[in-house]
Ligand binder design. Sequence first.
Ligand code: ATP
Ligand code: MG
Length: 251
Amino acid sequence: EQSLPPIITFSEGLDNMLGGGVPLCKITEFCGAPGVGKTQMCMQIAVDVQIPSQFGGLQGEAVYIDTEGSFIVERLVDIAKATVDHCNEMARLEGFKEGEITVESVLSGVHFYRCHDYVELLATVHLLPEFIKKHPKIKVVLVDSVAFHFRHDFDDLSLRTRLLTTMAQSFIKLATEFKIAIVLTNQMTTKFSPGEDSRLVPALGESWGHASTIRVILYWEGQKRWAWLYKSPSKKESRVPYQITMGGVRD
Ligand code: ATP
Ligand code: MG
């Protein structure tokens, strides 16, 4: 069986760091402070998963689960336009037909869910296998963010741990069974340890940390954005700068 390529992000540095892009069959988590670019990254991936196969893409579709209400369709259109232009440019250079991917086709290839609380999120995740069976072009499920409802609605920490564990298992099953990428975003939280300076770590605690196969921390250094590969089964820890432009994520 031929293995499918990963999903590119249009930041070559980030893609190289990940071994070509965001891999299928695995869970990749982007963590970072507000405004650093997690939502932009999700929108970029939702668009790029749709790049036609003649350009080396997956020609797939995306499920986009928005828990925060931060998905902006106009922003998706901007990113889609840039990707469509890029593909048409390649088509001209290689003598392929243009128009294989359009802004309209990209929009209809994003299956959007808005989840207002953790019950809606868990229900949506629970129904995904049936949905993906009906839409076999789906190659990525994005959840932006997984942390939101579990940080604000929760007093019962043992219930939270149980629900997160169940959800993590659902994601692992989806990733392997359907051979799709799972992309999650997470917030950062301050960790206080005795005898140590407090530091920022991904939210939702240590047991959740095992849920994702790959963890990338996005952070600022001065004016520059950096992506830090923090956890990976096969690549060594490293960092690359990236940018967010009008057209989306770039080097
Ligand atoms: P939060 O934790 O609050 O959800 P986030 O990590 O999801 O934050 P994003 O919403 O992805 O952050 O990033 C927002 C940032 O993306 C903006 O502050 C801006 O710097 C950048 N950005 C958004 N649109 C554009 C654009 N059209 N051109 C350039 N940069 C943009
Ligand atoms: Mg966001």
